[in-house]
Design a protein around this ligand. Structure first.
Ligand code: UDP
Ligand code: GLC
Ligand code: MN
Length: 324
């Protein structure tokens, strides 16, 4: 349908990579909807060019920043103030209905059925399930709603400093009003849930339709060895939730990197892919080893290294030794 679209947001080149993979995954699963990417003005030309090849519409928007340092500090994510920019999606009034998806999501099967839902439909947040997670949601573009949302931001701000706080404040009856607006968790499966309720993940994880790489470390933060299909450095052992991260990298290295190479031409750029086992890894360079005390603190703050040390594999191994 021409008046329905999947919408994502990328303000910089890192999130642009996420958006490229997300767009490709939607296309691979034969969506009949339009694809729209909202981008920040400082995104590099090559990244914009690649997004234009994957998406039907690439729209430059002003970056809105909550500037709410105090609330963002509570989430340990000072970078998320710019997620206010997400609110621009309500201005896409040439579409009657849209599904917003974070740039760190990946589609595993066709999800066009989401368009049968109404505004505001979303899946529960794994950290506080009476709030919805704003990484995947169904909405109806409307300048009136957009205006009200901005007004809400001015009057009330955001309890988490990002868009999710605003949206949950604004659509405040989501938890109780209408169960049809609760999307099944398989439409926004975040890795955090895998570790907090492993048996459920084992039972239902196979039905996942969308994975969400929620948290500070994103798939594009790693270095991937295309030959051995391993993640370098601290990732080697961990391999994250191995299959999902591998899905992301398989798509990125096979379908996106060639497009980036074409656009960058002679200009140097780091794809994150290596073929040389001996090369220094980004993971090693950016993720120094932590003391167990520091690690415990991080866990308690909800900042476990799910892709690395605290990976599914590592936790499972630990549990297995306990059970033996
Ligand atoms: N985002 C962006 N630039 C940023 C931070 C966030 O474009 O610097 C967008 C992007 O679409 C991202 C979404 O806002 O997926 C929400 O941020 P993120 O996914 O990092 O939050 P999390 O899901 O980890 O809480
Ligand atoms: C959440 C959501 C993300 C949102 C952020 C800030 O963790 O996953 O989409 O941007 O909070 O509110
Ligand atoms: Mn996200």
């Amino acid at each position: 349908m021409a008046d329905q679209a999947f919408v994502t947001l990328a303000t910089n080149d890192g999130y642009a990579r996420g958006a490229m993979v997300l767009g490709k995954s939607l296309r691979n699963h034969k969506t009949s909807k339009k694809l729209v990417a909202l981008i920040g003005p400082q995104m590099s030309e090559p990244c914009q060019a690649v997004l234009k090849r994957i998406y039907d519409e690439v729209k430059v928007v002003d970056v809105l920043d909550s500037g709410d340092v105090a609330h963002l500090a509570m989430m340990k994510r000072p970078d998320l103030g710019v997620t206010f920019t997400k609110l621009h999606c309500w201005t896409l009034t040439h579409y009657s209905k849209c599904v917003f998806m974070d740039a760190d999501t990946l589609v595993l099967s066709n999800i066009d059925e989401l368009f049968e839902r109404e505004e505001l439909s979303a899946a529960p947040d794994p950290g506080w399930p009476d709030c919805f997670n704003s990484g995947v949601f169904v909405f109806r573009p409307s300048l009136e709603t957009y205006g009200k949302l901005l007004q809400y931001c001015t009057e009330h701000g955001s309890f988490d400093g990002g868009d999710q706080g605003v949206l949950n404040g604004f659509f405040s009856n989501w938890a109780t009003a209408d169960i049809s607006k609760h999307l099944p968790f398989i439409y926004n499966l975040s890795s955090i849930a895998i570790y907090t309720y492993l048996p459920a993940f084992k039972q239902f994880g196979g039905n996942a339709k969308v994975v969400h790489f929620l948290g500070k470390t994103k798939p594009w933060s790693y270095t991937y060895d295309t030959k051995s299909k391993q993640f370098k450095g601290s990732m080697n052992e961990a391999s994250a939730h191995p299959t999902f991260l591998l899905n992301w990298w398989t798509l990125f290295s096979s379908a996106v990197v060639p497009m980036l190479q074409e656009q960058y031409g002679d200009q140097p750029f780091h794809s994150g892919c290596v073929e040389d086992e001996s090369s220094t890894s980004l993971a090693e360079a950016t993720e120094p080893q932590m003391s167990s005390e520091e690690r415990k603190k991080k866990w308690e703050q909800g900042q476990a290294d799910y892709m690395g040390m605290d990976s599914f594999d590592n936790i499972k191994r630990k549990l297995d030794t306990f059970l033996k």
